[in-house]
Design a protein around this ligand. Structure first.
Ligand code: NAP
Length: 311
């Protein structure tokens, strides 16, 4: 008999189809009576598939006493209670690397969109305003400094793209790395020297509101914040205030604190570019993520080494 797996997220068919070849799949996310489902199959569930940002509570996992592996469909795993999993000996895997280029492309896109005001320019054309006059000048990238918060896989790929656009790159993380970019010990120090502050670190309690009013003040009135990491890393209320008072020039955001809900002040502002969490949202990358997510589950039940375990 195939091992039982529980879906905690609305994953695509190109994940569930190959997963069904390995597991008996139960769709917790779309099931109306979740308690009934847990009563019926909870004790048999040996694998869980979930998004990294949505929370798998201890209370829910307590209902799955036979759980052996949580396979995250994504690279971030801030929604997984790692200490709890460690205590119970539950393996956790994610999908690193395969999404790096797409997410870095979106970060670069947001840098271009904010500096050249591309979304505003596009709305200008559609509204017929070009017939009345030319679009105001924007800002160049060459020679500007970008500060990357979290120089990991995605941060480094963003650095390559920024360098190709003639920008200087510096970074902040918990530890300095053997790279050519200058290291900044504090995120405020990095913000002070940056024209663009680009957030690419993990979410979770360790980075909650790392970008706060003080950091935004240090970024300054000619600075722009880009966030492709997690909404929780930025104090959104402080960001709204910084934009309204002109403490910073603009922001490009792919992620939000309470997504898909976005504060009205951001929705109504021409100083921000807003994307609906599409960092890894391409056919190619989502399929590669799905394959890796399933391959980890398959490897586990075949008693083979996990491909991408979370350490
Ligand atoms: P990664 O390779 O693990 O890189 C994370 C980097 O963040 C590391 O360099 C780490 O360096 C740094 N970091 C960790 N804690 C930090 C802290 N408290 N302050 C500053 N830096 C810190 O991960 P990745 O593959 O690049 O992914 C990064 C994140 O991007 C994911 O966790 C996810 O949340 C987000 N993401 C978003 C999308 C999207 O659709 N928008 C898609 C994929 C991923 P140190 O250990 O030296 O601190």
């Amino acid at each position: 008999m195939k091992p039982a797996a529980l879906l905690l997220a609305p994953v695509p068919d190109f994940l569930t189809d190959p997963l069904s070849e390995v597991c008996q799949v139960h769709d917790y996310y779309h099931t109306e009576d979740k308690q009934e489902l847990l009563n019926a199959v909870g004790p048999q569930i040996r694998a869980v598939i979930m998004y990294g940002a949505s929370m798998a509570s201890d209370k829910l996992l307590d209902r799955l006493p036979a759980l052996e592996i949580i396979s995250v469909y994504g690279v971030g795993y801030d929604g997984v209670p790692l200490d709890y999993c460690r205590r119970r000996g539950i393996h956790v895997t994610n999908t690193p690397d395969v999404l790096t280029d797409d997410v870095a492309d979106i970060a670069m896109g947001l840098v271009l969109m904010t500096s050249r005001r591309l979304a505003v320019a596009e709305r200008f054309v559609r509204a017929g305003q070009w017939l009345e006059g030319t679009f105001p000048l924007a800002h160049a990238l060459r020679g500007k400094t970008a500060g990357i918060v979290g120089l990991g896989r995605i941060g480094k790929a963003i650095g390559e793209r920024l360098s190709a656009h003639g920008m200087k790159v510096a970074y902040h993380g918990r530890t300095p790395q053997a790279v050519d970019y200058p290291y900044c010990e504090s995120v405020t120090g990095l913000a002070e020297m940056a024209d663009f502050l680009i957030v690419a670190c993990p979410g979770g309690p360790g980075t909650r509101h790392l970008i706060n009013a003080e950091v935004l003040a240090a970024l300054g009135p000619e600075g722009t914040l880009i966030n492709i990491a997690r909404g929780s890393v930025v104090d959104e209320q402080a960001l709204v205030e910084a934009l309204e008072t002109g403490a910073i020039r603009g922001a490009g955001l792919d992620v939000f604190e309470k997504e898909p809900e976005i504060p009205a002040a951001l929705l109504g502002s021409d100083r921000v570019v807003l994307l609906p969490h599409v960092g890894s949202g391409t056919h190619e990358t989502r399929r590669a993520m799905a394959m890796l997510c399933v391959a980890n589950v398959a490897a586990h039940f075949a008693n083979e080494p996990l491909l991408t375990p979370v350490s």
